[in-house]
Design a protein. Structure first.
Lengths: 258, 142
C-alpha cells in the first residue's frame, strides 16, 4: 500500500487545519507555496474544496441555523440551487468586470462583525451574513480563504452565506482610496436568499496593479441605495456609518511580495 | 468529519451517523476537548475512533469482509473518497495499529502529526510504523 505523497508533502490534516485557520501565517504561506509546485497536493486541495462545496450545497443551513435539526441530504425546496462551480467559471470571462484589483494576498485580519462592526443600525436577526469567494486559476478552481496567495489573472467569484435573506453589496477600496463596486450593477443592493456560499452573479479578474485593497461585504435588511453605502465607506473606511439595518465585514488584501 | 467518515466507512448513512455522534458527544461533553492538541487534530481522533468502532461491529465487519472476499465492495461513496483496500485491511489489525494505518495511509500524516494525534512520542510512532510495515510485507508476501 503506497502513500500518495512524500514526506515533504502536505497531509489532509494540515490542509484542514489551514482551512480552519489554525495555522500561523508562516505555516499557511509555506503550504500555499508548496501547493503551487506540487501537482499531487494541489489536486488533493481541489478535492477537499469540492467536498466542502458539496457539503454546503447538500446541507444548506446545517451549520448556520442553531437549534434546528440536521437538514436532510437534499436542499430544502425553498433553497435556491447552488450553481455548479465549474459552470460559472466557464462563463466567467464574459461576466468579468475586469476590476483593477491588485495582485494580492488575503490578509489574516478579517474583522469580526459581531464586535462592534455594525454601523448605523441593527444587525439582521440571528447570525450575520458573511462574504466568501471562489478562485479560478488556469484550469484549477478552489475556495478562497485567508492567507491564500492570489495572482494576476486569477478570477474571483464572490459568494454569500446567510441564515436569512439579505441585501448585498461588495466593494473594493484600493490603496489610493479609489472605491470600486463589484456587486451589484444597479442602484440598490440586491437580495440574496438564505443559504451557504451562494454565488453572486459575475466575476472579477485580477491584474498586476500593485498596492493593497480592502474588500467590503455589505449586508442590509432591505434594498438600501448603493450610493449611500458607497458614501459611507468613502467617508469612513474603518467604520462606515451604513444605513440602518446594515452590517459589514471587510477583508484586507495584501500584495504578494516574493 | 463527514469526509473522513465517508472514506473510512464507505457508507454515506453511517458517515452521517458519525458526524452526528461526534458533535452530539462534543455538545454533551465539551470537556473532552482539553486543548492539548489543536481542535482539528482532536476532531480527526474522534472521527477515527468512532468510525473504527463502527467498522468493528459485527454486522459491518461481516458485510465488508464478504464484499472484500467476493471481489466487490458495497461502498456507497465510490471514487477518490473510497479506501476499499485500506478499510478491509484495517479490520485485521490490532486497535492501535489500525489507527496508525488510517492516519498514515488515508490521511498521509507525517510522523510528527501522527505523534500529535496519537498523543505519543515520535520514537513510539516510528516503532508502530515499523510494525505496520512488517504486517504489510507479510500481507503482500514480500
Amino acid at each position: 500500500m503506497s502513500r500518495r505523497q512524500g514526506e515533504d508533502c502536505v497531509s489532509d490534516l494540515q490542509l484542514d487545519r489551514r482551512l480552519a485557520g489554525e495555522l500561523s501565517p508562516a505555516e499557511g504561506q509555506a503550504i500555499e507555496h508548496h501547493l503551487e509546485v506540487c501537482p499531487a497536493c494541489h489536486q488533493r486541495q481541489a478535492e477537499l474544496d469540492e467536498v466542502q462545496l458539496r457539503f454546503a450545497r447538500d446541507m444548506p443551513g446545517w451549520a448556520s441555523r442553531r437549534g434546528e435539526p440536521v437538514a436532510a441530504s437534499h436542499p430544502a425546496p425553498s433553497a435556491r440551487p447552488h450553481r455548479n462551480l465549474q459552470r460559472w467559471l466557464a462563463g466567467a470571462s464574459t461576466l468579468a468586470a475586469a476590476a483593477a484589483l491588485a495582485l494580492f494576498m488575503v490578509g489574516p485580519w478579517r474583522e469580526d462583525p459581531s464586535a462592534g462592526e455594525i454601523a448605523g443600525g441593527t444587525r439582521a436577526k440571528g447570525r450575520a451574513a458573511s462574504l466568501g469567494w471562489v478562485v479560478r486559476r488556469g484550469e484549477h478552481t478552489f475556495v478562497g480563504r485567508p492567507e491564500q496567495w492570489l495572482r494576476a489573472g486569477d478570477a474571483l467569484r464572490f459568494t454569500v452565506s446567510s441564515p436569512e435573506p439579505v441585501y448585498v453589496a461588495v466593494l473594493g477600496l484600493d490603496a489610493r482610496g479609489r472605491l470600486s463596486v463589484y456587486h451589484p450593477d444597479r442602484e440598490r443592493l440586491t437580495r440574496v436568499e438564505a443559504g451557504e456560499q451562494y454565488p453572486l452573479p459575475g466575476a472579477i479578474e485580477l491584474d498586476a496593479t500593485p498596492g493593497q485593497e480592502v474588500l467590503y461585504g455589505i449586508f442590509c435588511e432591505d434594498a438600501a441605495p448603493l450610493a449611500s453605502v458607497k458614501l459611507a465607506v468613502e467617508r469612513s473606511p474603518e467604520a462606515p456609518a451604513l444605513p440602518p439595518g446594515c452590517s459589514f465585514e471587510r477583508w484586507g488584501l495584501s500584495k504578494e511580495t516574493h | 468529519v463527514l469526509r473522513r467518515a465517508r472514506q473510512l466507512l464507505g457508507d454515506e448513512a453511517e458517515a452521517r451517523e458519525v458526524l452526528h455522534d461526534v458533535f452530539t458527544s462534543l455538545l454533551e461533553h465539551p470537556e473532552q476537548f482539553a486543548g492539548r492538541s489543536s481542535a482539528m487534530t482532536f476532531l480527526y481522533r474522534m472521527t477515527t475512533n468512532n468510525a473504527l468502532g463502527r467498522l468493528r461491529r459485527q454486522r459491518t465487519h461481516a458485510r465488508l469482509l464478504a464484499a472484500h472476499h467476493s471481489g466487490r465492495e458495497e461502498a456507497t461513496c465510490p471514487g477518490p473518497e473510497a479506501f476499499v483496500e485500506l478499510r478491509a485491511w484495517v479490520l485485521s489489525l490490532p486497535e492501535e495499529l489500525a489507527r496508525v494505518a488510517i492516519y498514515y495511509h488515508m490521511d498521509e500524516m507525517t510522523q510528527e502529526e501522527l505523534a500529535a494525534v496519537l498523543g505519543c512520542s515520535r520514537q513510539w510512532v516510528g516503532k508502530l510504523l515499523r510494525q505496520l510495515e512488517a504486517r504489510e510485507r507479510r500481507r503482500s508476501g514480500t
